[in-house]
Design a protein around this ligand. Structure first.
Ligand SMILES: [Zn+2]
Length: 471
């Protein structure tokens, strides 16, 4: 009995050795191993950052209103997600896919999972594999956590608050092709050639595991080069490493495609429908015309009741400020200027401020301040603030109840007020948001615009969302 078992064990060892010997040459040519870079951020940080940036993206760029096409891209995306090798899966991440109605051949993915694919990219791809190739490349940046890895390397934005605070500036920047100029984008959307190679290789591996021919990833880069005139768009966000095409194809030789996906009729159908739509604007056009406010633009080109008669629409590019002695960081449209009032700070567009009876008057903009109050109860403290404000503005009154919200990541309340502007005599609406600082003082933001002018609301919301408190 014993000897037979020994024999069997010996046989097993011989067999295993043989397997090992046979496997060895194979392992020398196996797919390229990719490793994580040093990253001091948590997976939750990636998620949070991506979520914030995605929110900005959706405010800046028009999503394609075609649920059919979106659901299709989502299906392809999720197939790729489940093909991410286990060592790069993060169960916390939330991958989802949306289509931007823009003509540029581009796509971008944000930390933690949100991905935006341009309509132009889907129209340009020669088959589903090419579209999936770009998506697999983007997914790889996310799975490898390249955004926060790059931020880890950088001194300047080495805290989450530091990066997240400028999220507004990122996507508010020029078309994605030039996004690299926005400081935040450098870390989240524009990658070094080393990272590009990793995303190409992992992208090819994901493609093969999902049933796509990884050569299609290489082919897509050629399609992009051919159609975007050799540069710009995708290639400026994802600079080509040396011999990109050859390197991907070389990797593709080492990969076995499991359960290959045949020609996708669905892709052809979606592509045909997209091509039948009116021409999509380019990212640059969207930025230039401030896509978010088309209706208001046609409605008369600015406010007529400001001190200077004309007020520019909020830019979709944002700029970062440290205010209130560095205690608050905020991102505001870059065509607004900072004006320091006696003990508060305004951000206002040109034409929205002036002097009236020797006093500064504002018609559109946001106002930040810190108030000393007697109560530590948020609602009572806010009441106190409002009565103080009303002493200087006889017409100011509350127009609604308090609502709960968050501000700078804290519990806060907001309420709407109405006022009659001293300079214009017109009614204006004021939204007040307040939260408490650690020292018990009240931090508030007031967003002011003439009543019935709703075109500033999105900008106000973005400004309010961008607030970071360091107290
Ligand atoms: Zn890339």
């Amino acid at each position: 009995m014993l000897s037979r078992r020994l024999n069997r064990t010996r046989a097993a060892i011989v067999w295993l050795t043989l397997v090992a010997l046979l496997a060895m040459p194979l392992s020398l040519v196996a797919q390229t191993r990719i490793q994580y870079h040093n990253n001091k951020f948590s997976l939750q940080d990636d998620l949070k950052l991506g979520r914030q940036a995605a929110q900005e993206a959706e405010q800046q760029f028009p999503l394609l209103r075609d649920e059919n096409a979106r659901a299709y891209v989502e299906r392809v995306g999720q197939r790729l997600v489940s093909a991410i090798p286990p060592e790069f899966q993060h169960r916390e991440f939330q991958y989802y896919f949306k289509i931007i109605n823009a003509s540029d051949i581009n796509a971008f993915a944000l930390p933690g999972g949100p991905m935006f694919v341009n309509r132009g990219m889907i129209e340009a791809a020669r088959n589903e594999g090419e579209m999936a190739g770009v998506m697999a490349h983007e997914l790889s940046h996310v799975a490898l956590r390249h955004g926060t890895a790059q931020a880890t390397k950088a001194q300047k934005y080495s805290t989450l608050a530091g990066i997240a605070g400028i999220a507004g500036a990122v996507l508010g920047g020029p078309g994605l092709g030039q996004l690299a100029q926005a400081p935040f984008a450098v870390y989240l959307l524009k990658f070094s050639r080393e990272y590009e190679t990793e995303a190409d290789l992992l992208g090819a591996q994901i493609m093969a595991r999902a049933g796509y021919d990884p050569h299609d990833l290489a082919n897509m880069f050629q399609t992009i080069e051919r159609q975007s005139g050799g540069g710009g768009g995708f290639l400026s966000d994802h600079p080509s490493p040396k011999d990109r095409y050859a390197r991907i194809n070389q990797e593709a030789q080492l990969l076995r495609v499991t359960n290959p996906i045949g020609d996708s009729r669905e892709f052809a159908g979606v592509q045909e429908r997209l091509r039948s739509y009116p021409r999509a604007p380019s990212m640059a056009e969207i930025q230039r015309t401030g896509q978010r406010y088309p209706a208001e633009r046609n409605g008369g080109g600015g406010s007529t009741n400001s001190p200077n008669g004309r007020v520019e629409y909020p830019s979709s590019r944002f700029q970062n400020y440290q205010i209130l002695n560095g205690g608050v960081q905020v991102s505001v449209p870059n065509n607004w200027r900072q004006i320091d009032d006696s003990n508060s700070v305004w951000f206002v567009p040109e034409g929205a401020y002036g002097q009236y009876n020797g006093q500064a008057v504002f018609t559109h903009g946001v106002n930040f301040g810190v108030a000393q109050t007697n109560s530590r109860n948020l609602q009572q403290a806010t009441n106190e603030l409002i009565s103080n404000l009303a002493q200087g503005n006889g017409n100011l009154r509350v127009n609604g109840s308090y609502q709960r919200t968050t501000f700078g990541g804290r519990n806060a309340i907001w309420t709407s007020l109405i006022n009659t502007n001293e300079a214009t005599g017109r009614p204006e609406s004021v939204r007040l948001i307040a939260t408490q600082l650690r020292n018990g003082q009240l931090l508030y933001m007031m967003a002011v615009a003439p009543q019935n002018e709703r075109n500033f609301e999105t900008a106000f919301q973005s400004v309010s969302n961008s607030v970071r408190i360091n107290d």
